[in-house]
Design a protein around this ligand. Structure first.
Ligand SMILES: [Zn+2]
Length: 397
C-alpha cells in the first residue's frame, strides 16, 4: 500500500539524489557488482529493513522537530524521522511541503528508501533547516503544546525562516523580545520589507486554496480566508489516524464525450488528499490507500469524485459524507479490551432509504485491526457508487 498522492512537487527535491544513488548501486549487474558490499546489502535486505537500519543512526533516533524518542514517521520530502505528534503538523502543511509516511504502516519501495538515505536523515536536514534559529525562538520539546509545535514546524519548513540562505529575512530585532513579539515582527517583516517571501507564500497558499475549492465545491474562497484556514490547520490536536483505501468506483457519471477520467479527493477537517487519475474509465479500480490524521473534534470524512480535465476546471462527479465516529468508538473499545487475534464483527452502519449506503457498512476486527467496508451512493450526481475501506490506526504505531 502507499499513501502517495499525485503531486508534481513532492519528491522533486530528491529526484537527482535518487538517480545518483541508482547509478552507483543499480540492480543491473556491473563488473564490480559482485564485490560491492552496498549492492549486496541492498539485495539482501528489503526496503523496510533498510529503512529500519537507517532509522537506527544516532540522529534519527529522536524526532527531528521535538526530540521525542523512537520516531515512527517519516517526511519523505524533507528526509526526516518524526514523532506522531509532529507528523500531524507536517500533514497539515500539505504534501507539496511534507509528504508523511509511516515506517511500519506504509509499504516502502527501494526508491523511496534511497530517497531518504540520500537526503541524509535528521542531522543533515536539521543542519539545513535549523542553520540559524534566533535566540528568541525555542525548539519544541517532546511535551510541548500543539501550538508551539505547529508554530515551529511551519517556520522551519514552510517559511524556512531558520535556513542559512534566508539569514537576511530573519527578524532583525534583538533577542529577549519574547515569542509573541517575534511572531508580530516576522509577519510585519514579510509584508513590509520584502515582497519576495510573501509572493512565494501566496503561490503555496493558492495551491492549497485550489485543493480546498475542489474539495468543497466552493469557488469563492478568498485568498485571505484560505490563508487563515491554513494557519489554523496546524493548531489541531490529532487523536488518531485513519487509513482510507479507495477501492473502486462503479457506473460513474460521464463527464467527457463518452467516459470520464476520475480521481477521488478525501477531506477530513482541513486536510485533503487525492488518488491518482484513472483515464477513460467509468468503473475505475484504484486500490489506493491514503492516510489522514483524525482531529479531536471529529468531522465527517468527505469523499468527492472529480473528472480530470487538462484544459478546463475538473468536473464534479458526485460526493458522499461518511461518519467515522462509530469506527473510532469500536477501535477504542477494542484497544481497551485487548482482544487482538480474533476476527469478529463489531457493529454496522445499516443501509436504508434515508442514508447513502449501498449496503451495510460492517465494522470488523481482522487480525487485530479495526476496519469498515463502505459502499456509498454518490450524491448530487446522476449515478455512481464508490467502495472504500476504512481502518483505524492506533497512535502508538
Ligand atoms: Zn516530534
Amino acid at each position: 500500500m502507499s499513501t502517495q498522492q499525485d503531486n508534481p512537487d513532492s519528491g522533486s527535491s530528491s529526484g537527482s539524489g535518487y538517480c545518483l544513488y541508482d547509478l552507483l548501486f543499480s540492480e543491473t549487474p556491473a563488473p564490480n557488482a559482485s564485490w560491492n558490499p552496498r549492492t549486496e546489502q541492498r539485495k539482501a535486505a528489503g526496503p523496510q529493513k533498510r529503512l529500519e537500519t537507517f532509522s537506527r543512526q544516532l540522529s534519527n533516533k529522536h524526532c527531528a522537530d521535538c526530540g521525542s524518542p523512537d520516531p515512527k514517521w517519516v517526511s519523505l520530502t524533507l528526509g526526516v524521522f518524526i514523532c506522531i505528534k509532529c507528523s500531524g503538523v507536517h500533514r497539515s502543511l500539505g504534501v507539496h511541503i511534507s509528504k508523511v509516511l509511516s515506517m511500519k504502516l506504509d509499504e516502502w519501495s527501494d526508491e523511496q528508501v534511497d530517497c531518504m538515505i540520500n537526503l541524509g536523515g535528521n542531522s543533515i536536514a536539521n543542519d539545513k533547516y535549523e542553520a540559524c534559529i534566533p535566540d528568541n525562538i525555542r525548539k519544541p520539546r517532546p511535551d510541548s503544546s500543539i501550538e508551539e509545535r505547529a508554530d515551529f514546524i511551519r517556520r522551519k519548513y514552510e517559511l524556512q525562516q531558520f535556513m542559512e540562505c534566508n539569514e537576511s529575512l530573519l527578524c532583525p530585532y534583538t533577542p529577549n523580545m519574547g515569542s509573541s513579539s517575534s511572531l508580530h515582527c516576522s509577519s510585519e517583516h514579510y509584508s513590509n520589507h520584502d515582497k519576495k517571501p510573501l509572493e512565494k507564500q501566496s503561490t503555496k497558499h493558492h495551491r492549497i486554496g485550489h485543493a480546498f475549492r475542489n474539495s468543497w465545491g466552493r469557488k469563492d474562497v478568498e485568498h485571505k480566508s484560505t490563508k487563515k484556514i491554513n494557519s489554523l490547520a496546524g493548531m489541531v490536536e490529532f487523536v488518531g489516524l485513519i487509513k482510507v483505501n479507495v477501492v473502486k468506483g462503479t457506473n460513474l457519471a460521464v463527464r467527457d464525450v463518452m467516459t470520464s477520467d476520475p480521481y477521488v479527493i478525501l477531506a477530513l477537517g482541513h486536510q485533503s488528499v487525492k488518488t491518482r487519475v484513472i483515464k477513460n474509465n467509468l468503473n475505475p479500480v484504484w486500490n489506493e490507500s491514503l492516510m489522514l490524521s483524525i482531529p479531536e473534534q471529529i468531522p465527517p470524512l468527505k469523499v468527492i469524485v472529480y473528472d480530470k480535465d487538462t484544459f478546463s476546471t475538473d468536473d464534479f462527479m458526485g460526493e458522499a459524507e461518511i461518519d467515522i465516529q462509530p469506527l473510532l468508538t469500536a477501535a477504542r473499545a477494542c484497544e481497551k479490551s485487548e482482544i487482538s487475534d480474533e476476527t469478529m464483527q463489531l457493529g454496522k452502519w445499516v443501509a436504508n432509504k434515508e442514508n447513502t449506503l449501498e449496503k451495510d457498512g460492517i465494522i470488523s476486527l481482522v487480525d487485530g485491526r479495526v476496519k469498515q467496508e463502505i459502499s456509498v451512493r454518490l450524491q448530487r450526481v446522476e449515478r455512481g457508487v464508490l467502495e472504500i475501506e476504512l481502518e483505524c490506526v492506533a497512535l502508538s504505531q
